[in-house]
Design a protein around this ligand. Structure first.
Ligand code: HEM
Length: 491
């Protein structure tokens, strides 16, 4: 080939590559915009209107999942993903289009747009790729009247004063003995230890089980189940979902057996003994009770909802307080005063309601922990918000984390400052427990458990992080990579 032909070919290739890359860059956007225009009958009177929120659909098939992983795993800046969008496309109504985890997606991240999605049960539904994993008759899997009915049962059983009074009493022996054992060890991995004590308490509260090889197996099955819920939704032998389904069936079997045992009990169901008894006997206004499937599915759901969340919140309380001596000082002061009023070693719900500073520490811990950073919905139909279209069947990711780390909502948002709760948060900016009809069914239970552990910690112990600058990991949950290793001792 002569020199001029070579130069011609080089020019062509070098010119074509950027063009090809650019085409690839816009291909996903073009594909989804075109498919929306071609939809035969877009409903809600939106025929032909394709004004999607600003954003970018990423690469074909992958979408922006790699960019998401880049911010969360490599840069360790989870807020960077949304910040970059705000900078690039403007704040507007804080809704962006993207393509995440295999689905075309609308992200929402303002108090108003989040509330719009979370409040509308008719327009947005929960979608579980593998509904058996969460349980067909679990309250997280059903909608409408069925959901409202189950939710009222569950809230009555775990989140209202009468139940919480009993729960506050039941959880304290294990908290007290766990703290004692941590002090004996001298050094602990707070992630593991808070998980252990939370799980023991859950087994006691929900099914009156004390630690045994059976509860160890149950713990393993829950671990497998939760991994499957977070995994890529493909089910084949060896996959996380496949394993999770096996775990789910074992959990169903073990709780079903327990339920049958209780039904056969001579002296019937014990009043107020544990959550399973509670769910078995609660009646709605028409005098109807839950079916056996509903009891079992919702016990499993409540363990999944309440286990890791409460454990992580307890670990974060230990973490932040160890870095804030003045917070610990104020906590000790308040809890010593309360302690003088109590009879014996346990505090009651009445004491807890007087613990104003401790309550601020709890709110601040939960705000910064961002245990559920994003919530997922699917649009039931084409919906319009702020002049933009949320297309039917698209995934909607409600990015609640960004509200809690936004300086517009919270001054110096990444600092741990319980005193910020001297004033309530700006309306709609605190969505840690979700919003609307699906708001967390165990929000008071979580707060009470955290208050109880703080009370006993503040009265009797001191602790110090071994590596206060340990790196963070953000997936599947935000936590220090060293498990918040700490020196722990009695005062
Ligand atoms: C700090 C601890 C906790 C946090 C941050 C938290 C957060 C949340 C959030 C954000 C939601 C809304 C999910 C959505 O809209 O898709 C939710 C729902 C739920 N949570 Fe929690 N949660 C916590 C503790 C608990 C506890 C202790 C329990 C029970 C033992 C629990 C049980 C549930 C249940 C059953 C739902 C589903 C409610 C429904 O679909 O109506 N959570 N939680």
């Amino acid at each position: 080939m002569d020199v001029s032909a070579l130069a011609w070919w080089c020019g062509l290739v070098l010119g074509a590559i950027p063009l090809l890359l650019q085409a690839l860059w816009y291909l996903n956007d073009a594909f989804f915009l075109a498919s929306l225009r071609l939809r035969p009958t877009a409903n809600n009177g939106m025929q032909g209107r394709t004004k999607l929120p600003p954003g970018h659909m990423g690469l074909p098939f992958l979408g922006e999942t790699l960019t998401f992983l880049w911010y969360f795993k490599i840069l360790r800046r989870p807020d960077g993903f949304i910040e970059a969008k705000k900078q690039r496309y403007g704040e507007g109504v804080r809704m962006y289009r993207t393509h995440l985890f295999g689905s075309p997606t609308i992200l929402t991240c303002s108090p108003a747009s989040n509330k719009f999605v979370l409040n509308s049960a008719e327009d947005f539904r929960i979608h579980w790729p593998e509904p058996e994993l969460v349980g067909f008759s679990s309250l997280v899997n059903v909608e409408g009247k069925q959901h409202a009915r189950l939710k009222s049962f569950v809230v009555k059983a775990i989140n209202q004063p009468q139940a919480l009074r009993q729960i506050a009493h039941t959880v304290q022996p294990r908290v007290i003995s766990a703290l004692r054992s941590w002090a004996e060890k001298g050094t602990i991995n707070a992630v593991l230890e808070t998980k252990k004590v939370t799980f023991e308490n859950i087994c006691k509260l929900f099914v009156s089980m004390d630690p045994s090889p059976v509860t160890d197996a149950i713990d393993q099955w829950f671990e497998g189940l939760v991994k499957g819920l977070r995994a890529y939704p493909i089910n084949f032998p060896g996959s996380a979902v496949h394993h999770a389904l096996k775990c789910r069936r074992k959990l169903t079997a073990v709780f079903r057996e327990e339920l049958e045992k209780r039904k056969g009990r001579k002296n019937g169901i014990h009043e107020n003994s544990d959550l399973m008894d509670g769910l078995m006997q609660i009646k709605d206004e028409e005098g109807k009770q839950l079916t056996d499937d509903e009891v079992v599915d919702n016990i499993v759901t409540l363990v999944v909802g309440g286990y890791q969340s409460t454990a992580l919140a307890s670990m974060w309380a230990l973490y932040h307080i160890s870095k804030s001596p003045e917070v610990l000082h104020k906590l000790r002061e308040e809890n010593r005063i309360i302690s003088k009023e109590k009879k014996g070693v346990f505090i009651t719900l009445d004491h807890i309601s007087q613990m104003k500073y401790t309550a601020k520490v709890v709110e601040e811990t939960i705000r910064l922990a961002n245990i559920a950073p994003t919530l997922f919905r699917v649009a039931n139909r084409d919906v319009e918000y702020g002049g933009y279209r949320i297309p039917k069947d698209w995934q909607v990711v409600v990015w609640i984390r960004s509200l809690h780390t936004d300086p517009m909502n919270f001054d110096n948002p990444l600092s741990f400052n319980p005193d910020r709760w001297n004033q309530p948060a700006k309306p709609g900016t605190f969505q840690v427990f979700g919003w609307g009809h699906r708001i967390c069914a165990g929000n008071m239970l979580a707060r009470i458990q955290l208050t109880i552990i703080l009370h006993h910690l503040a009265l009797g112990y001191k602790w110090e992080l071994l590596d206060p600058d340990a790196k963070m990991t953000y997936l599947p949950h935000q936590r220090p990579v060293d498990g918040a290793a700490m020196a722990f001792s009695a005062l």
